[in-house]
Each structure stands twice: as C-alpha cells, then as structure tokens.
Design a protein around this ligand. Sequence first.
Ligand code: SF4
Ligand code: SF4
Length: 485
Amino acid sequence: MNAVDEGRKVQEASTSAARQADAVESLYAKRVEIYPRQKIGSGLAWFQKWRWAAVWATQIVFYGLPWLMWNDRQAVLFELTARRFYIFGLVLWPQDIVFLTGILIIAAFALFLFTAVGGRLWCGYACPQTVYSEIFMWIERRIEGDRTRRMLLDREPMSARKFLLKAGKHAAWIAASLWTGYSFVGYFTPIRELGAELLALQIGGWSAFWILFYGFATYGNAGWMREQVCKYMCPYARFQSAMFDQDTLIITYDEARGEPRGAGSRKKSRAELGLGDCVDCGLCVQVCPTGIDIRNGLQYECIGCAACIDACNHTMDKVGLPKGLVRYSTTNAMRQALDSGAMWQRVFRPRVLVYGGFLLAITIALAAALALRVPLKVDLIRDRGALAREADGGQVENVYRMQVSNTTEARRAYLVSAAGLPGLAVGSETRFEVGPAVVASIPLRLLADGEQVAPGSHKVTVEVRAEDDAGVVVRETTTFIGLRR
Ligand code: SF4
Ligand code: SF4
C-alpha cells in the first residue's frame, strides 16, 4: 500500500468514526479533521495560482500599508484618540463621517455585485479567513509535511519528534498571528511608535489587549477552526444566497457528463462499460478545504475556492479526457446546456448592469464630493452670557465664538468678515491663523450702528476664508440682536 492509499484509509476511518458519533448525537456535528491536499501535479495549478496571487496582493497591502509614510506621517492611520482618519492626502474628521459611510456603501455594493456575478469569489480568494487559512496551511506543510504525512503523524502516539513538530508549527502560527495583530493595531496607533513601545516593554494596556485579541483570533480561526468558521460562524455565508440566482457563476460538477462514475478498465473503453467521464479518483474531495464532495451538487459549505476544478482538470489530463468536468458554470447553463457565449451573456444580465450602474454612480458622487470638499469647517456659537450690549459710539455689540477646523496639513491664515446689516463690521481680529489639522476657538465681536438696527433679532452672515485661496470659504448664518433705545 502506498502512502496516498494509506492516507486515504486514515481519512476514511476518521470520517466513518465521526459518522458513528453523529448517529448517536445528532445535535452536535463532531468535527472531522480535514487534511486538504495541496499538491496537484508539479507546480501550482491554474486557480491555485490565482489564490496565491490574492494572498500576496492582500497581505502586501495589509502588512505594508501601515509602514508607508505621507507628509511625514503614517499614510493610512485611523487615529481614534485624536478623532482623525488619515488616508494618504485625505484627512477625515468626525464631521466627515459621510465619506466613510460612502466608502463602506461602495464596498458593500461591490461585494453584492461580484457575488451576483461570480458567486463566492470573495470567499474563495480574498476573505481573510481563506487567506490566513492558506498561509497557515502553508506553514503546516513546511513543518509537518504533506497531507499523508500529517494524517499519519496525527495518528502516531506522542513522541519527541511529534512533540517538536507540533510545537514548531504552533510557535510559527503564534508568531504569524502576533505580527498580524501588531499590524492591525498599527492602523489605529502609529506603527513605529507602537514598535518602539513594544521593544521597550512600555506598551499601553489597550494596544497590548488588541494585539493579543486580534492575534488570538487569527491563530484560532486560521489554525484551529478553519472551515468551521465558514460553515457555522460567517454571517455572509448565510445571506449571500439572497444575491444568487440561476445565472450566478458557481462551481459545478457536470453530472450529465460525469455519471455513472467509475474507475474503468484498460481492456474496455468507458463507453463500452457504460461509464461517464468521472473516474472516481476522489482528488476533488481530497483537495477540498471544507471536506465536501462537489459531485453531490451545490452545497452551502462550498466556499468557491476552485481547488476541485484544478484537481479534476489534472485527472482529466492524465486520463486523456477533456477538461471541465468540474468547472465554473451557472445553474441555467447546466440545465439548458448553454454554450459559454450564451452563459456569459446571461452573467452580464440587466440586474447585474443595474448593480454596476449604482456602484459607478455612487463612486463618481463620492469622488466628486471629495474633490469639492472645502478643507475648512466653521461652527459659530453665540455667547449666551451676553446677548447684546451697547458699545462706544452708539454701536451695538454681539459676541460669538467660532470653532475653526483647519483640515489641511499646513498652517493657514484666515480672514473673517460679516454682512447682512447696515454698517455691520467685525470688531475683533479679522485675521487669524490655525495650525495644521487643528481646531481653534476664535472669539468674534460683531458691531453695528445702533441708529440703523431695529430692536430684535436679525439674520447676518459671517464669512471665513483662507487668505491664500479665495475658493476655501465657509459662510455661516447667525442672529444679531438689536437693542431698544
Ligand atoms: S467544493 Fe470545490 S470549490 Fe467548493 S470548497 Fe470544495 S474544493 Fe473549493
Ligand atoms: S476529480 Fe474529477 S474525475 Fe476525480 S472524482 Fe472528482 S469529479 Fe471525478
């Protein structure tokens, strides 16, 4: 018996043990350890390459972004304590929550659109659970060996060798998890300062808590729970079926072509034996990270990773049959035997175009709003302690306080003026400066001619504009109280 057969026997034995346990206890599905096979032929298979490309792309961005600098500060930083979000040249304040909401709406629409078109593309290629599971499985393979070796190792009694292998694997997983936690917290606290604090063992309590929390979640989800997260914990897996229809791309087994399945014989052709194209090699099941058999039809456990397509294509190549027994297709294409042209026509159906149109419109609106955004905010508050008083020369004085937010990253000078009443003028400083990304509290005195202003309240406009750019201007309306004489 070769190692592969032996491995298969071990997997079958553990599956059957779990089935027996399930028969006794139906409320709890006992977890069967899954040993997904990674190696299919030599080198990476087609969809495997795409999965690894997604791993590299997402992880270069995730681990690299906090280290990128912009204007002498971290390029992407969500500084919650200062209530400021930096995204490259953009500085967002709490008042800009609408832009963050816009970004989240775009992300949600993009997810809906891609799900309607390509099914579980997100789950199969870009979801952190998939990506970290892929990385953790890679570490596992480097330390414990391939699928068969791992299955045999797990059945071995504890020994010094087994202990060292397991300890090495968990140490590597924990190191990767803690680095992930550190990178994650580095999006909310300047990562260089955080690193220096860590090295000096002077890290703050909350930073330490979140590094450990995020690290622990990564270790638990990618190292231990893996497919269980997708099967039982992920809310997206539950509601995404609402976005599926009969023309959504899914990974399917071509039953009409594949059945009846069977190994075949060297002496007779498959047609003579009355067999379909599935040679029942089991490779599609061995590579599946969720341990399902795609030949049983669409199952909610399928995360759309396409590993079974690679596996089956490899087998088809080996036995000299056309590829595509397991492939991306749609329910309608399978039922109605549509060719790929007709299938793709339906993939880009009206519903998808409407989704795409909405996504484009929201993206353009957000980009325009960001481009037209004035990097100055002014809140004008009346001084409640002194509504109005008579000043020198028969003038009426009203006092206010301005909260001026300079949302740029440079110190800026501003000019303030007022209009709306005859002879209305600013009695306090008409020029002031505000530091970069600072909110300054500026006192404002407005004076008007007491002879010309009737008693009661009047609407007036206060204008604050940047000295160096007339386009950066904010006008606020407020009330001016006239006095009875
Ligand atoms: S059935 Fe295929 S696509 Fe679905 S999770 Fe398993 S290997 Fe991936
Ligand atoms: S890999 Fe293809 S041929 Fe082998 S069992 Fe799966 S569907 Fe059948």
